[in-house]
Design a binder for this molecule. Structure first.
Ligand code: MG
Length: 344
């Protein structure tokens, strides 16, 4: 198999404000893995807070390309798992770079079999939950202007963790009555204030809270989880399957992202392990192209909550947009990830 890669700079439609900072671009890498005239596409989306860069990903892909050169046999779930174990062992970290390799291998597997990835993974597309659409933190005026962009979606995701989270929710409620997923992005510090806020958020039609406290403050998360009327979901506290035992007792659920957990192979195992621990499962994303979003969508019907809006938040997507209907991503019957590569 031949691996090639190409750096991309994803332009965000709006500067993205979180409790931890603001940005206008996301570093990204597009990966192609080819065998016998077929090509699978993969992607690494690399937001700055996880520390991966174009340079680190390029160095990792050089190692991965060398590793993959010796493979000529058809792919299967088992061979992909074996290959990804070797890829994982090439260097520590590099989770998004590893995810790009995993995603490209799955796309290639589907193309070799002439079947969609969801079908190869025994996923039922009719079980797709609705996806949320993220509105970044902003002034009331700007939030009102941005709201129409969420028209195709039934659920809003709102970033909290500001000095006045109630004001943000009130602003949204002036213009929309859609249910809300609230993400504090580690921005809360006071337990009692967080619990009060959680009850108030429930009254406002908020359905869940993501990552209330600092990722390492599992005690506060466990305290809130024991009292909150809303599900408390780990995001920054949960990266890979190996973190599950640490967070399982401290949250109601986990947010699985391909860029954190090295791709579909581990994500499927993480979903299974989370279920075994009676945890809710959310599948989320970074700002990504349709490649990463379509990959995550293949397994989204296995999850309770879906937050796959990344490709709607960027201007320069090199692929066609996923189909969406009734607020849900619709998986197509095309081989692999069902991507449409734009020719420009
Ligand atoms: Mg989050």
């Amino acid at each position: 198999m031949q691996l090639s890669f190409e750096p991309l700079l994803l332009e965000l439609k709006h500067p993205f404000r979180l409790a931890t900072g603001m940005r206008t671009h996301t570093n990204d890498m597009l990966v192609r893995i080819s065998l016998n005239g077929l090509t699978g596409y993969g992607e690494s989306a690399m937001p700055p807070y996880y520390g991966e860069t174009h340079q680190s990903a390029a160095a990792f892909f050089e190692l991965a390309a060398r590793q993959l050169q010796s493979y000529h046999q058809p792919l299967s779930a088992t061979t992909i798992a074996t290959i990804m174990q070797e890829i994982d062992g090439l260097a520590p970290g590099n989770n998004a770079a590893k995810a790009a390799v995993d995603i490209a291998l799955h796309d290639l597997w589907g193309k070799m079999q002439g079947r969609p990835v969801w079908s190869l993974l025994n996923v039922a597309p009719e079980n797709m939950p609705p996806s949320s659409f993220t509105l970044g933190m902003d002034t009331p005026e700007v939030l009102r202007q941005k709201l129409p962009e969420s028209d195709g979606f039934q659920i809003l995701k709102i970033k909290l963790g500001s000095d006045d989270d109630r004001a943000i929710i009130r602003t949204i409620r002036e213009v929309s009555d859609k249910p809300i997923y609230a993400d504090a992005n580690q921005g809360w510090t006071d337990r009692e204030a967080a619990l009060d806020l959680t009850y108030w958020l429930q009254e406002q039609g908020v359905l869940l809270i993501e990552q209330p406290f600092h990722k390492n403050d599992l005690e506060s998360s466990a305290w809130l989880t024991g009292r909150s009327p809303l599900p408390v979901i780990a995001d920054e506290s949960f990266q890979r399957l190996s973190d599950l035992h640490r967070v399982a007792a401290c949250f109601h659920g986990v947010n699985i992202k391909l860029m954190k957990c090295t791709g579909l192979a581990e994500a499927v195992r993480a979903i299974r392990a989370a279920r075994h621990n009676n945890l809710k499962v959310m599948i989320g994303c970074m700002t990504e192209t349709s490649c990463g979003i379509s990959a995550a969508a293949q397994i989204a019907p296995l999850c309770d909550f879906v937050d796959l809006d990344g490709c709607w938040l960027i201007r320069n997507n090199p692929f066609g947009m996923p189909d969406i209907g009734d607020g849900r991503i619709r998986l197509n019957a095309q081989p692999g990830l069902g991507l449409h590569v734009k020719t420009s």
